[in-house]
Each structure stands twice: as C-alpha cells, then as structure tokens.
Design a protein around this ligand. Sequence first.
Ligand SMILES: [Zn+2]
Ligand SMILES: [Zn+2]
Length: 1019
Amino acid sequence: MELVNEFDLKKIEETTKEYLSKLDLQKLINESADKRERIMFIEGPPTLNGEPHAGHLRGRVFKDLWYRFNTLDSKNVIFNAGWDTQGLPVELQAEKELGIKNGKSEISTPLQIENLVAECKKIVSKFHKKWVDVDEKLGMSFNQENAYWTYNDEYIEREWQLLKHAHENGILTEGYRVVAYCPSCQTSLSHSEVNQGYEIVKDPSLYYKVKLLDEDAYSIVWTTMPFTLVTDAMIGFNPDEEYVYVSVDNETWIIGKIRLEEFMKEIRVENYKVLKTVNGSEFEGKKYIHPLLDIVPGLDKLSKQKNYHITIAEKFVDVNTGTGIVHLSPANGEDDYNIAMKRKVEIFSPIDDEVKFTEDAGKYAGMFVRDADEKIVEDIKEKNALVRIGKIKHKYPLCWRSKHKLVWLTRREYFYMLDRLDNKAIDAAQNVEYFFEQPKNRFLEIIKEKHPWCISRERFWGCPLPIWSCTECENKERLFSRKEIIEMADELPDGPDFELHRPWIDRITIKCKKCAAKMQREEFVLDTWHNSGAAPFASLSDDEYKKTIPAPFFTEGIDQTRGWAYTLLIENVIFNNKGISPYNSFLFQGHVLDEKGNKMSKSTGNVLDASELLSKYPVDLTRFYFMWKSSPIETLNFSTKELVSRPYQILSTLFHIHLYFKQNSEYDKFDISQTTIDWAKNKGLLDHVDVWLLSKLQKTIQMCTESNKNCKFHESAKAIEDFLINSLSQIYIPMTKQQLWDDDETKKDKRHAIYAILANALKNLDVLIHPFSPFTSEYLYQTIFDHKESILLELWPKPVSSLINESIEESFDLMIDVVSVSAAARMKAKLKRRWPLNQAIICVEKGEHKKIELLSDLLRSQLNVEECKIIELENHVGIAELLEMKKAGLPVIAKVELERKGIGPKAKQHMGKLLEIFASTDPEEIVENLDKNGSFTFDVDGNKISLDNDDFIVDFDIQEGFAYSKRNNLIGVISTTRNEELMAKGLVKDLARRLQSLRKERGYNPTDVLNTAFLPVIC
Ligand SMILES: [Zn+2]
Ligand SMILES: [Zn+2]
C-alpha cells in the first residue's frame, strides 16, 4: 500500500480491505509467538428475523473492539459468530410470509408444520446473508465459518445434555402452574419475558356485590378482569386490617375501612352510614352466593363443595386498592392458585388453548375470555349485582412479540424450579465483574427472585422437548440424545438421521416399558431463551467447554438483563450444579436512540439501516463515533451530523500528521528502523518539548490500557483525541516545525531526534486507535511502518516509566495557560499571533516562577516576543494586588470605584456632591491615601466625609502601550507598540504563511524546493 496525499476515508477503507483479503490473519495470529494465551468469546447471537440497524452496530463494535484490543494484548481469541434462529420471533415472521392469519389454529398437520419450518429456515438464511454483509462492511473480526447456529442438530443435542443435568439435579419439573399466556401467539411465556413487556393499558374497573349466605350483607368486590368471575372460587380479606359494615340505601355493604371514603366518592354515593367495624380475620370461612351460578354450570357444581365460594382471610390481600376485598380465581392468578393449593380447593379452568371458554363455562363457551368481559358485566347488572363499572389505566404485561395483553392461565408445563438452586445462582452472579454499578444491582435483584422458569412452549420451531409420555399410564421416558431415541423407537419413519425438529421427531413413537402402550412425544418445544442461553455449552465441545468456560468477557444490550445474560448464568449453574457463571465479566450496553433522543422504531420511520449507513459513511468514523460519544452503559443519541464533525477531525489529523512525518522524514533520509528515542536520548538531543510529548504519550498509553480493560472505551477514545489534537497537533508540531525546516547539516541529528519521536508517537497511536478504527490504522501502519503483515500482530504498547516526567508536564500545563492568556491579550489589542512584539510580562502564583522558567526560551518563542518577564504575585484582588503589581514595576494604573451600598449613611444628603468630587479625584491619590492611612477623606462644602478601604472597589488597569488579560490568577501583559523592525518581521511571517498556503493549493509538498517565488511589492 502507498500513502496517498489525499485524505479519503472510504478509499482507505477499500484499499485496506483489499490488502487484508489476501491475508490469512487467523493463521498469522496462530503462528505468532506473541499471541499464545487462548481465550474464548461467546457471541450473543442476533435473532435472524430482521435486518441489522444502527442500534445493532454499536453492540458489534464493542465486541470487535474488545477482540482487537485483546489480540494486540497478546491473546489468541476464539471469536466465532453465532446466530439465534429459533423461537417465536422467527415463527411469527414465517406465519406472516405464509399468509397464516389465524396463527396456531391454522397449523396442525405434520405437513403444515413442515411448511412452517421450511419457511423459518428460509427467513433465517435470508437475514443471515444481510448480517454477514454488514459484519464484513463493519470490519467485524468474527470467524463466520465456525459460527454456531442454535437450530443445528448438534447444538440441539448439546442443549438436551443441559436439560438432562437439570433433570438429574431435580431442577426440571412438570406440572400445573399459573403461567402467563399470549392468546395471540398461543403459548406460555417465561417470567422474564413477561417482565419485559409491561405497559400502561386501559382495563375495566368493576365493582360488584356478593351476598353472604348467612348474613344480610354484601361484600363489595373489585376486579379489572371481569372474565375471571367465571373461575371465581373464594373472596379474600386481609386478616390484619379493619373492614366496615355500611348502610347504603336499604342494603348493608362490607368495605375495607381505609378505602371507604375514596370508594364512596368513586361510585358517587353521598349518603351512607357506618354500622360497625370488624377485623378481616372474622371473615374466615363464610359461605357466599356467586351471582352467576345459574349461568355457569361448572361453577354451580363446584359451589356445592364445602371449601368453595367461601370468604377467606389471607395476608396477600391489598387493602389499598379497590375495596380492599378481592376475589380469587385459581385458574387465572398465581397468588390465587397458590392459596387454592394450600387450601386444597379444586381448580376450575374451563379455558382452551386458544384462550376461549369451554362448555363448562355455559353461555360464555367459545368466547375469547377477554371478549367475555363485557358480556359478564351485563349479566352482573341483570342479576342486580353491579355496583359500578368504569375504566382504569394501569401497568399490565403485554406479549413482547405480538403486544397482546397476556392472560394468566393454569396450564401443564415444564419448569426449572430455581428455588431449588439455593444460593448457587446468586453466588455465581456476585462473582462477575459488571463494570458499572447500576446494571449489576438490577441483575442481582432479578437473580434473587428465584421465580420458577417455565421452559416449555406450545409452538413448532424450536428445540423439541425430548420427553415421551405414555398414552395409557403415567410413564415418561426422557431421551436426551439421538442415540437413545433410536434405541427406544418403535420405528424410524425418517431413518436414523431424522432432523431433530418438529414434525419429524413427533413421528417417532416408543413402546411403554410399564404397560406396552404407545408413548408419544410431549408436543412442547423449549423457550428460545433456553436455546440461546445454552450457547457456552451447546456451541462448544466438551473439551473446549472445559478449557475455556468461564470465559473472560461477554456483552449484550441492557435489555438482555432478563434475557440472555440471565439464562446463560442460570443454565450454567444448573449444568454444573455449582455457583459457576459462564462469564467472568459482562458488559451491558446502552441502546442507540435517534438524534433527538427518541427510540428508533419502524413505525416512527427513524430506523437507520446498518448496511446503508456503512455504505454512505466511512466505517472507521462510525466505529470511532459509537465508542467516543458516550459511556457504554448510557444510551447514545446517534447523529450523522455529529459523526462527521469531531470524529472526522480526529481521523483527519491522524492521517495528516502521518503524511507530514513521511514527507519530512523521507526528505531528510530518516530511517525508522535505525534511529530510536534511546539514540536521541543518549546523544542529549531531547529538548523540553520532546521530553514533555514523550511523557504525555506514556500517560495516554496508560489511560487507554486501563480504560479498555475497564470497558470505559469512551475514555480511551477521549485520551487518544486529547493527545493527538491537543498535544501532538497543536503544540508539538508547531513547536518543532521550524527546526525540521532548517536545512542546516549540523542540525540533522536534532531533526532526526524529532522524527524518532514522531515515529514513536504515531506508531503507538496507530495501535491505540486500531480497535476503534481498524482500517485507517492498518493503512497508516502499513504505509509508514510496515513491520508486520498486519497491525493486529503488533503488541499493545506498555508505558515506559522512565519517560514519564511529571514536573515537565506541570511546566507545560502552566506554559499552555500562559500562552492562552497572552493570546487573549493580543486579541484585545488586535495583534495577530504571528506578529512579533517587544515584551510580555507574565504574573503567576507564588512558587510557579521556577516551573515556567525552565521553559523560558520556548515560552518566548510561543509568545512571539523579544523579551519575557515572569513575576510572582501573592495577592490576586483589590488594592493589595494593585500595590504589589506597582511595586513589581508592572505598567499598571489604579482603577477605583465607590462601593455605593456602604457609603449612604456616611454621605447622607451630600451624596450627589460627593459623587461629583469623586469623579474628579485622581484614583492614584485615593489609592496612595488608602495605602498610607487606610482611608480617604473628601471635603464636601466643608463637611469632611471619610471613607475607608471597604468603601472603594480597587482594581488595576493597564497603561497606554500595553494590553492585558487575566484568567484565574494568571495575568498576561503585552506591549502593543511596534517599531519598524518588529513590523518588518511580522510582514515576513505573513508572507511565509501566504506562500505556504499557495504551495498547498498548488499541490506541493512542504519539502519540495521551488525555483522561484514572485513577491509583488506595493510601494
Ligand atoms: Zn404474543
Ligand atoms: Zn404406559
């Protein structure tokens, strides 16, 4: 590759890709003696049901940055891609493609399932191409050939091994439990999935009356799901709270005492009378009459049981909402179900897979339960049991895929009973490094919930549950490998190599060992999160798993706190039956929002397609911007305008300094491999500015190393920016430029010392910035340094402690401030920086003279003055400062004002006249008196008015012929008068500058020697 003069990031990207395509980089890394430590990375697999967008890019850059940093840091990282391919997201997409409108009910025959599965595979393959294309564009280092696929038979068999361990450890159970169920997707969801989908929704707010059998009183019950009246079994009171009997019209109502007033207001009843107050505990065991018994035959039958339709006192009842009285529907609520189990109350669940009522629900049979709400309210009204029906807005879980309101149903499912893990999962989670506090705490809280994990799904495209159950007896067979299935199978309709998916696996029946009847597979597939969470084990061989897991680092979006991060950890703990996490550290990443901070979504139309973005904008710029802009944990407002501003300037500066170095050093026949910093140091060629830059460089290396290790990638990027722009480009190069352009043969060594420093700084910068911007850094490295076939084969730099010089850095910091404050003084006087001036006087704090004296020559040239005086000042305000400055010989004059507020009582009626006299008094005279006597006396028509120090505001001003500027306690004074000689020098500099820009315009290198220059002179 050749370094070209024109800076074009897209061209650099192309050239570098072309170069890299001819290298077998992994082979070179494997052969490198420097990259010996093999570490594993497990990719958080993207679901292949959509195209990558800008939001995905950020996450991928984190991963690739980590890979490149570790590769440079002597590791050989196993960095395989991975693809999430199964589960609801893909299945729903396939339904759409196949034109299936009524969801699951249209898919029942094996052929229909086969079609669905084929469509799923088609979708996965289509989006896989798009993702790989984007990965290539982005410069992702993934090994795509070794990618893992969650739907591969090998992967599925490995996942079964995990399930086997869960079974052997007693974690896997099967049974009836209340689960959240999506009526649209027709499948149950896990607790984690439910918690991802809470939104504010509108629901009915129903108050209804329930007559107690043995009392002339009604309990007023509140519910937001009227359909649950069909599965009603008990009415709950809180035993520790008070309830009141209230007379309303001719009836007696029972209501929670705390809610009484609010409730009456809500139902707009003004006339009521409290009859008595009783404890909730007194309601234990009172029979009540359900208002809809004659409509729901199944319920009518159950109500004859002794423990059915009775009031109970249970602590879970919340007295702060509704009426403080709730009804319990064990078929539709988790607390309700648990209490029914405890009290041995039969569960009445007349609801089918489509979440429609069955015949047992009488007139509601065939209705989708939530559609029955309205009908039930009507019937309640007809039975004269309605108190009030209204609307309520509350938080309610929606399906994370289809956005339908979830329903709680009692169903037979398979569960991981996480409470049986004791504290193993928490122990595992606590030993992980999360880099940031906030996601850590949230994650630990979630792990502590230990809620049963429902792992079975009533769907088609997923890892099938390898459990067969007898059609006649209770017997179950768990076959956790293809081999076991083949051995047990009655026959193999698709041969021994059948695909481990539905419908093929469903076709395999086995004979029951207990009763010889037919056994059929349980028609469940596994939760897709179980599928991806198995990756550390399922995507590796036993040997690889043993050697490389726990892996050092995983990362995914913050939305995976309840998703992948969680299932990974739980499954690994179950597999090992020990508190071992599969990752030693986990970085949760913030999301990408649009420019204005809004969520990117298809409906808003603000989604940025990743492929388009990377075609339009330079990849290195995009990558750098993503990392530089915000901390990994924070959300990032993505703006293409911002993308092309500062990040562009950074990469452009990097490029141009390389070019500057190359052009100058080649002209001077500098040999990178021969001339080193040590050589320069030993020859005593290092000036202060050289020492300073090298010290700054070591600090930058230190900062980048620590920041990358702690996932503070933005700080690493900012450290590079600071060194490159503020130190190298704005100070070092301008300060050394003159020396480089001096052709004198005797000064050649010094010039070579500067080249050695530039070479060292640039090469280190290339390595430091490589994980952020791989193409530009590779290009610059190859065209200038060319030591190894790829910059990735380089070693991450280590700061050289002998090159760190704190005192020189302090001096420079001060000098930079001095130059800046003096520049402000020049601005005031409208004197350009390149015009030489006679004199500068700099006032610094006590003790700082020494620091800056070290750099006095440099300072003089930076200030562009013939002479520079440094003065230390102890005082920084008022008269003390003024006097100290005068004493030190500074060209200052006194500036005095009256402190108006304080002098009123002293001046009284003479104020007007006093102000007049003050205006014509010489400030120097006032200051002199204040200094001598601590006061100044005005004679106002014979009245002596004496004012002291506090009555004056004293400051300094500058004499004519000077200008000054003050910042904090730093003052820069410059002389503004210029004699002919100074003017002439200024003119020459102006001329030189114009010639330079003309050369640039005409395309000459700074080192090209031109024959002629014409200087028209206007006389
Ligand atoms: Zn759904
Ligand atoms: Zn059997």
